[in-house]
Design a protein around this ligand. Structure first.
Ligand SMILES: Nc1ncnc2c1ncn2[C@@H]1O[C@H](COP(=O)(O)OP(=O)(O)OP(=O)(O)O)[C@@H](O)[C@H]1O
Length: 265
């Protein structure tokens, strides 16, 4: 898709962070941060080590409650998001330290992402009543489509722990996609990957955004890998926002250059 076509796809603002501040004891992880996310965009949050990226992601999905500021999601304003509400509102995430069940197969790991969509109760599932069986078949089909989409068919039955790291990250993305998220939060999706794996992951992120229509917020330490795929980028440094805009503008922002040079990048 060309950038012009992508720009056309981008819709209204769906998430707004207003003046978020978060401290751990005396450490200010986030100081007065505001930015927004528009429907269907790929929004990156970048910054050197300790800049506050993970904290920001954890505020968005309700793991951390900021001391100041609030969040507006679909026009509803919260000062306290929680993980359950975030999931119900269609926010799914991946983790930097993979949260997969290493002994379970690729298929079963991705199936765990369907839990929120299971309507029949445990009893119906235990006795395999008609509705539960139909539901399981539909969920299974959904998961098989994700497996095809992520090109991991050959590994469907393989325990996740036996796969190379790059493929495990892809399974983690599949698990999040199984939740049919409206917004996907990706926690350093390219960390620890070789160049080829990074290119593959970049392509999958673009494809997910295009084909599933998910809005994507991703945090990344290495700015070079996100510039090509992001519509807009927020830059954090020591818990403050020092840049926000399209990749070209951010790349030539003197404060951003200074922060990255200062951090030895
Ligand atoms: N649970 C916590 N308890 C205490 N301090 C924390 C906690 N989480 C983060 N911090 C501190 O908050 C600051 C921001 O950390 P954060 O992990 O959000 O940064 P980051 O940009 O994600 O860094 P990295 O790229 O290294 O993952 C750091 O000084 C960190 O030590």
């Amino acid at each position: 898709m060309t950038q012009a076509a992508r720009d056309q796809r981008i819709g209204a603002t769906i998430l707004e962070l207003h003046n978020i501040s978060l401290a751990f004891g005396g450490v200010k992880a986030l100081s007065d941060i505001s930015f927004d996310v528009k429907e269907h965009e790929i929004r990156a949050i970048i910054g050197p080590n300790g800049a506050g990226k993970s904290s920001m992601l954890n505020v968005i999905n309700g793991v951390y409650t900021p001391q100041h500021g609030d969040i507006t999601l679909d026009g509803v304003r919260f000062n306290k998001m929680n993980s359950r509400r975030a999931a119900e509102m269609g926010i799914a995430r991946t983790f930097q330290n993979l949260a997969l069940f290493k002994g379970m197969s690729v298929l079963d790991n991705i199936m765990t992402g369907r839990n929120l969509h299971m309507k029949s109760g445990l009893l119906a599932q235990a006795f395999r009543l008609g509705s539960a069986v139909r539901e399981e078949i539909a969920n299974r089909e959904f998961v098989e489509n994700i497996i095809d989409f992520l090109e991991i068919q050959a590994h469907r039955k393989t325990p996740v722990g036996r796969l190379p790291y790059g493929l495990q990250k892809r399974v983690d993305l599949g698990r999040a996609l199984a939740m049919e998220p409206r917004m996907l939060l990706l926690d350093e999706p390219m960390a620890g990957m070789n160049i080829e794996e990074k290119q593959d992951m970049s392509r999958f992120i673009l494809d997910v955004n295009e084909e599933f229509g998910s809005t994507i917020v991703l945090i990344e330490h290495d700015m070079s890998v996100v510039m090509d795929i992001s519509d807009r980028v927020v830059v954090l440094d020591y818990g403050r926002k020092i840049g926000d805009g399209e990749p070209d503008a951010v790349r030539s922002n003197p404060d951003v250059i200074r922060a990255y040079l200062g951090a030895g990048h």
